[in-house]
Design a protein. Structure first.
Length: 103
């Protein structure tokens, strides 16, 4: 990943109120990643990077999807097992925060 791409992905991971498109993109990635190993997630990230092109110019949902694949790939690098959103502390924290806001 180039430094420019890394910067754009990191910016998408910064805390902010995500748009509906960003939430949908992250949820879609989590669903697709469920059951994947680190190598499978890394391959999915590489495929998305290839089709996205200039990440800095990509739409917010596309950057969110890239950031989510990147985050999941990093998580699996230390985890070793298949991905599951139920065991993902970041995903669970987001769900808890959304539930609190909607009460």
């Amino acid at each position: 990943m180039t430094e420019e791409t890394e910067t754009a992905v990191e910016a998408a991971l910064e805390p902010h109120e995500p748009s509906a498109g960003e939430v949908e993109a992250r949820n879609r990635v989590r669903a697709q990643a469920t059951g994947m190993t680190h190598h499978q997630a890394a391959a999915a990230l590489e495929r998305l990077l290839e089709v996205t092109g200039d990440v800095a110019e990509a739409e917010a949902p596309d950057r969110a999807a890239l950031a989510e694949w990147h985050r999941i790939t990093d998580l699996l690098a230390g985890h070793g097992g298949p991905y599951t959103p139920d065991a993902d502390p970041y995903a669970q924290g987001q769900l808890t925060a959304r539930q609190r806001r909607h009460r």
